[in-house]
Design a protein around this ligand. Structure first.
Ligand code: BTN
Length: 246
């Protein structure tokens, strides 16, 4: 895949913008990058705080993969991100099922994958990545949750902040291309499990209507969270949210 990168100083949301480009036929590999977003979006209709100093990037795909494997684009992307951050910064992040990266007990990255479907066939996919790189004082409600890869001292020691941002973007895109072309599910899911923050932990699993204390046993090759509940029943969850005591 060849990447065609368009850069914006500021944009409402790289995902929303690229989703519209997808409708008008933009090619696979179109990438939108912005220094800040004024209306960044997260999963389940949440907002994604998007100040300057971070990476906001969306990638357009026109996947010929079978539709039942497309939800694995998110874990695949998470693995690419962990590898790129380790290569460039020598910092080891963990993955909180399904789409969050954690560093030093703080969420430093979220992934939002959106599919355009017609007659049960994916027309295109937009994968959005929000990666907090430089130190930022997050809003009160995110204060105990969100963090950045670089602490305050490391951030102020950087004279040209864009150099590191560009290195990370390059490394992410190179890795992404490699994993996407191969799409070896067993291979990237093995890495996903290796980087998992939740396997072997007690977590709260919740949906809009329920909440359960469970032990996470595994994450299978289908991306499902395999858990044992307090009655000893083993279940596999395809979707939902978990909260983990860190
Ligand atoms: C989440 O944590 O719930 C997912 C956050 C995804 C944020 C990224 S930033 C780039 C792209 N544009 C958006 O509006 N959202 C994604």
């Amino acid at each position: 895949m060849n990447f065609d990168i368009k850069h914006f100083d500021s944009i409402v949301s790289t995902n929303s913008y690229l989703f519209e480009l997808g409708k008008s036929g933009a090619c696979e590999g179109t990438v939108i990058i912005a220094d800040e977003q004024t209306g960044g979006r997260g999963r389940s209709g949440r907002t994604f705080e998007s100040p300057k100093g971070n990476i906001y990037m969306s990638i357009l795909l026109r996947p010929e993969k079978s539709v039942d494997k497309l939800h694995l684009l998110t874990p695949m992307c998470a693995v690419c991100l962990v590898n790129a951050i380790n290569d460039v910064l020598k910092k080891k992040c963990s993955i909180k099922w399904v789409n969050d990266l954690y560093y030093n007990d703080r969420k430093v990255c979220g992934i939002l994958t959106e599919l355009s479907m017609r007659d049960n066939i994916a027309q295109y996919a937009v994968i959005g990545i929000g990666l907090n790189v430089y130190y930022h004082d997050f809003d009160k409600e995110l204060f105990n949750v969100a963090g950045s890869l670089l602490n305050e001292a490391e951030s102020s020691a950087c004279s040209d902040k864009s150099v590191l941002i560009n290195e990370l973007i390059n490394s992410i895109l190179i890795g992404f291309n490699r994993y996407y072309e191969n799409y070896d599910v067993n291979d990237f899911m093995n890495e996903y499990r290796k980087y998992s923050l939740v396997i072997g932990k007690k977590v709260t699993y919740f949906t809009e209507t329920s909440m359960d204390e469970v032990d996470v046993i595994d994450i299978d090759d289908n991306g499902c969270l395999v858990v044992k509940n307090t009655n000893g029943e083993v279940k596999a969850f395809y979707d939902g949210e978990i909260r983990i005591k860190i």
